[in-house]
Design a protein around this ligand. Structure first.
Ligand SMILES: NC(=O)C1=CN([C@@H]2O[C@H](COP(=O)(O)OP(=O)(O)OC[C@H]3O[C@@H](n4cnc5c(N)ncnc54)[C@H](OP(=O)(O)O)[C@@H]3O)[C@@H](O)[C@H]2O)C=CC1
Ligand SMILES: Nc1nc(=O)c2c([nH]1)NC[C@@H]1CN(c3ccc(C(=O)N[C@@H](CCC(=O)O)C(=O)O)cc3)C=[N+]21
Length: 308
């Protein structure tokens, strides 16, 4: 099967669609005096983060969203980071903040995420916001999780009652995917490193999501014939000739002959993740606009706002 095979679920066309709608929304907001500005916070050096930030910068430019990268050394203290975040919260020009994960071990990521004002939290990762997906409020979900589910929907499969297995249960990817899918009516099994027989669970899945960070973890004999396989992993591999390439968590070469759909890496979930981050940036900006309007009642009777 070549990469032009229809079984490859490609992210590019979906991402393009999303970015075009973001561009229109960002242009309109800017014309009304609300330019969107996303700030990315990077701590230390992580390959997958570098790829992500590079693409954020490029796609933000296409969508007409201002973008700034704030890079901190790996030995920065939590206090210094929190102080920087408080500065961004107070700066009205900054409309969105993303903390790139992972952060070094000495930084408590939950406290850091709590420092981001919930209205500027473009991934919905503030501990007070992440619960929204439990309440089926899905308009601002962690971007990779939302991207993965968006890609599954491209298959046209009916999510209601679909047997789905999610491998990996991180806060930013696996767990939110499980909640999003439950909201859509799927029957969800979540596997992790303590799962006794990953293969037994994985083989039952009509849709298999893999977010672990281990190249070739999922092989052909772990996949149900006809399944949809969503490969979220991003791993850098060095070839014998010294060059490096990015591979996912799925042994695509063997799995492609068993699955009905498979997402390539690169070119699958990644591009959609970036576009959803920009879409979320506009969701956050619109919430700030609504608050601004409600506070200043621009063009409205104050009583009308209070009654809504
Ligand atoms: N395409 C994209 O947009 C994105 C891709 N990624 C990529 O996705 C992958 C996962 O990212 P992230 O969730 O942040 O990573 P984490 O390291 O935070 O989580 C990995 C998860 O995999 C589980 N796990 C580890 N080993 C096994 C195993 N042998 N079998 C089953 N489960 C296992 C862990 O379980 P336990 O905690 O129990 O050990 C953990 O829940 C990475 O490759 C990352 O680069 C991440 C974000 C975005
Ligand atoms: N708070 C947080 N949220 C994240 O969502 C998050 C994170 N931290 N830390 C890092 C990982 C990794 N990640 C990627 C997203 C898109 C591409 C991407 O655009 N990939 C393209 C391009 C590849 C390339 O340019 O080489 C592709 O797969 O085709 C990559 C990596 C998001 N992550």
């Amino acid at each position: 099967m070549s990469t032009t095979d229809s079984r490859y679920l490609k992210g590019g066309p979906v991402a393009k669609r999303i970015i075009e709608s973001v561009r229109i929304a960002a242009e309109e907001a800017r014309a009304e005096g609300f330019p969107a500005k996303l700030v990315s916070i990077t701590v230390g050096d992580v390959d997958a983060v570098d790829v992500y930030v590079r693409n954020q910068r490029a796609k933000a430019a296409q969508a007409g969203i201002d973008f700034e990268e704030r890079r901190f050394p790996a030995d920065v203290t939590a206090r210094e980071l929190e102080a920087a975040i408080h500065g961004m919260n107070a700066d009205p020009r900054v409309t969105g903040i993303i903390i790139q994960r992972p952060v070094p071990k000495h930084i408590p990521v939950k406290a850091l995420q709590s420092a981001v004002h919930p209205l500027k939290d473009v991934e919905g990762m503030h501990p007070a916001s992440i619960g929204n997906i439990v309440y089926n409020q899905l308009d601002l979900a962690p971007c990779t999780a939302a991207a993965s589910v968006e890609l599954l929907k491209e298959t046209g499969l009916d999510l209601k009652g679909l047997e789905v297995v999610v491998v990996g249960h991180s806060e930013i990817v696996g767990k939110p995917i499980a909640f999003l899918l439950m909201s859509e009516g799927a029957t969800v099994t979540v596997c992790h490193h303590m799962t006794r027989s990953l293969a037994v669970h994985a083989r039952r899945a009509d849709a298999l999501f893999v977010a672990v960070g281990k190249p070739r973890l999922i092989k052909a004999d772990m996949v149900k014939p006809g399944a949809a396989v969503i490969d979220i992993g991003i791993n850098s591999e060095t070839l014998p000739d010294g060059t490096t390439r990015i591979v996912g968590d799925v042994d695509t070469e063997s799995v492609k002959d068993v699955a009905s759909w498979i997402t390539p890496v690169p070119g699958g979930v990644g591009p959609i993740t970036v576009s959803i981050l920009l879409r979320n940036t506009m969701v956050a900006l619109n919430r700030q606009r609504e608050l601004y309007r409600a506070s200043y009642a621009v063009g409205e009777q104050p009583g009308q706002i209070a009654a809504e």
